[in-house]
Design a protein around this ligand. Structure first.
Ligand SMILES: [Zn+2]
Length: 80
């Protein structure tokens, strides 16, 4: 799944989605690649082109895994 900025259409990330539902969050471990450097796990994901706020990082306690919670309306998705 390709995740793009809704504002300027810049590619944000290539994400390995397991179901066909709407994208609400991106698990860090399933982000195949990203145009944003995620190596230091930034707390907020911004579009590298227009600085639109795309997602906010959170730790899911139950699974002790990290995910980016998507900001509604800030992104578009497309299945490849
Ligand atoms: Zn943008």
């Amino acid at each position: 799944m390709l995740v793009r900025c809704a504002h300027c259409k810049t590619d944000i990330a290539l994400y390995q989605k397991v179901d066909k539902g709407r994208l609400l969050r991106m698990y860090l471990e399933r982000i195949v690649r990203s145009s944003v450097d995620l190596s230091n796990k930034p707390a907020v994901l911004h579009c590298p082109n227009c600085n639109q706020h795309i997602a906010t990082r959170m730790t899911l306690k139950r699974k002790s895994t990290e995910a980016y919670v998507m900001v509604r309306g800030a992104y578009n998705t497309r299945f490849l």
